[in-house]
Design a protein around this ligand. Sequence first.
Ligand code: PLP
Length: 396
Amino acid sequence: MSKQLGKKTKDAGMQTILAHYGDETFLGAVVPPVFINTLFTFDSYEAFHKAQWQEDTYYYSRISNPTQQIAEKKLAALEKGEAAKLFTSGMAAISSTLLHCLSQGDHVVCSYPIYGGTHQLLQNYLPRFGITADFVDFRQLDKVQAAIKPNTKMLYCEGLSTFYMDVFDIPAVVQIAKEHRLLTVMDNTCATPATMRPIEWGIDIVIHSASKYLSGHSDVTAGVVIASQERINAIANNEIVLLGATLAPLEAWLLTRGLKTFGLRMKQHAESAKQIALILSQHPQVSRVNLPLLEQHEQHELAAKQFSGNTGLFSFELHGGPSAVAKLMNNLKLFQIGVSWGGFESLIYSPGLALNPEQKSRTEHETRLEHTVRISVGLEDIDDLMEDFNQALASL
Ligand SMILES: *Cc1c(COP(=O)(O)O)cnc(C)c1O
């Protein structure tokens, strides 16, 4: 046997890691307690002095805390990375990482479409500090090459693009980054480490909104950055200490609890989503299903090479536009209307909802958004979810 089994090894299967790896035991408690304390006290001047300069010692919970560290160890192991740092949200993880890696005058080539918050940060906020970005469809590698300037420092991307779930050739992009000595950062929230681990493909830094599948119960807002130990130490000593977006212990504990069933949940989400995607792909009112792992999708071959499966998240487009989208959303009974995704509950959303209703004309991009419906298939019984979809589609 090549695997060294046991509770302390990272070299086990995903569910074994999540059940045991990184846990500390206290009085034999099967679930580690929550260290809710803000500070740690010391017996002597000397002990305190030593603690400040040693790793794995604690003195103030904004800097580090044992409850955070259990989740961090599991998340690093899950992504096959060396170390992880938790943040108060996905956006806190993204903004802290960008501020850590970039300085005045630096330029970023960012994949597009991208998560809205990331887009606004790079497009509107960071230029105030002299950091600029260009947005490119990473499916077109020549455009990625062409966007690189002498001051480009980073390629920032999502493995599955926001709303359309498009994929791009990850090894080819990593190769471009190597040639130009650029940092690569990937937001892996959509794909999750259950289907793809960017570090194994040569990406330097992985970011997640842990508010989605990782916690999975729609009751935690959190983010995480996974990278080399050296880089995580540098982020911990700078952005965590100075910007202070450290995840609170209770949230870290809830995240660890959610993680215990991550692998099982993802299997069920993926299976149910595939069945609903098949119903949709055969329906005459549906013009397109954005799920690259479906065989009829034009990116199927590339997707199958890079991803071991799908998740519960995908989108589709309706011939009937916004009125058909509204009708479908209103007619579904189990799929609730709401933002976010990745929880136990089935959700439905249209990116067209973010467009200003007063605005008279729409660009081509905006028109596509208005025709698009995104669903997060939850953990309800698949027969019930399919019945719900069938009745709502029949009314179109
Ligand atoms: C939700 C999300 C974020 C932001 O995460 P928060 O936890 O809401 O701050 C970032 N990237 C992607 C892809 C997301 O879906």
